[in-house]
Ligand binder design. Structure first.
Ligand code: UT7
Length: 337
């Protein structure tokens, strides 16, 4: 650690998923598919979607409330909010500003969203680490919430089988005992292959000038096969690289908590690290791909289900549109979930 750098404590982690479940059987009402095809190719059996007036803001608020309660820190002590969302209901006000309003935080603190798609949580953690490390802010709320069902093309059987809605949140703060919970973190991107996953917003032209009239419908367009190849060729070795930055060996790390995009991608990382099943946290079967929220959902649920013991370490990794990817080796303290 650089001298003078303030160590970071992960103080609380929370999550929220909507009640409504869409099974693979339900998807058969939309197009020609089968539970067998979807489960074999992806490991997914069902996903959750918002219903009624519920939005990613509501999910994010519940996840953040959960994380704040677990952290033992009051909402008024938060001095920065970072939203990580690639499918918010509004571009602005941002998810982060909505959180400030929902928690009734009267202090004039910064609140902003950043988009790194499914890598959003790791990007936000790296940004928070920079702020806390430099002594700029002490306590930061990270909220990752994605309303994927609103941007999914429900006529495209190659993408709509994958995504679900959900939210995760983390409260991170300046460590009071000198111990840094981030043992290593790294984020990366390659815009030259950005076309592999796109969402083009609908819009209109200014009537006073000629403008390119690019049609967008706000829905996810994905080259699944190429994304899959990218993930299995890039992510496993990258996770190993990030582990080496921590000075630990993969055997010394207790858990792998990966972004939940496809069970076969998770297994490619697992095989690279030579981890047994009990070290790898996967809940994709029940939630599909919830973008930036998938890591905190897997972490908290893993603890609740007894799959993850605390006072341990984990390697987190994310990847997705951009293309972006990132990984972090973290300490999981007692009481955070
Ligand atoms: O955060 C990152 C987000 N994205 C990802 O991680 C996506 C990564 N990619 C994938 O997970 C996989 O590419 C998919 C699960 C999306 C697709 O699996 P695939 O093995 O790459 O299938 P494919 O797209 O090559 O399609 C194979 C066949 C095609 O039929 P033909 O051309 O061989 O006759 C498709 O039309 O399967 C057909 N197909 C389906 N069949 C039944 C595509 N979707 C379906 C479906 N049900 N839902």
């Amino acid at each position: 650690m650089t001298e003078g750098f303030v160590p970071l404590k992960i103080a609380g982690v929370g999550y929220c998923v909507p009640e409504t479940v869409i099974t693979n059987e339900d998807l058969k009402k939309l197009y020609d598919t089968s539970d067998e095809w979807i489960y074999t190719r992806t490991g997914i059996k069902e996903r959750r979607v918002v219903s009624g007036n519920e939005t990613a803001i509501d999910l994010g608020y519940k996840a953040a409330k959960d994380a704040i309660e677990k952290s033992g820190i009051s909402a008024d002590e938060i001095d920065c909010i970072i939203g990580a969302s690639s499918a918010p209901p509004q571009i602005y006000p941002t998810l982060a500003c909505h959180m400030q309003e929902r928690f009734g935080i009267k202090k004039k603190i910064p609140a902003f969203d950043m988009t790194a798609a499914c890598t959003g949580l790791i990007y936000a953690l790296q940004i928070a680490r920079g702020f806390i490390g430099a002594g700029i802010y002490k306590t930061i709320l990270i909220v990752a919430s994605d309303n994927n069902s609103k941007i999914t093309d429900w006529e495209d059987r190659g993408t709509s089988i994958l995504f679900g809605d959900g939210a995760g949140a983390m409260v991170v703060t300046a460590s009071d005992d000198g111990i840094d919970d981030i043992l290593a973190i790294d984020i990366s991107a390659d815009g030259s292959i950005g076309q592999l996953i796109q969402t083009n917003l609908p819009g209109q032209c200014c009537p006073l000038v000629e403008q390119a009239d690019e049609e967008g419908n706000g829905k996810i367009i994905m080259n699944g096969k190429e994304v899959y190849k990218f993930a299995v060729s890039t992510v496993p070795s990258y996770v190993e690289h990030c582990i080496s930055l921590s000075g630990m060996t993969s055997e010394e790390i207790d858990y792998l908590i990966p972004h939940q995009a496809n069970q076969r991608i998770i297994e490619s990382i697992q095989n690279r690290l030579k981890y047994s099943d009990d070290k790898v946290i996967s809940n994709i079967k029940y939630y599909g791909n919830t973008s930036a929220a998938s890591i905190p959902i897997a972490l908290v649920e893993g603890v609740q289900q007894g799959k993850i013991k605390l006072n341990t370490t984990a390697v987190l990794c994310g990847f997705g549109a951009g293309m972006t990817w990132g990984a972090a080796v973290v300490r999981l303290r007692e009481g955070i979930c």
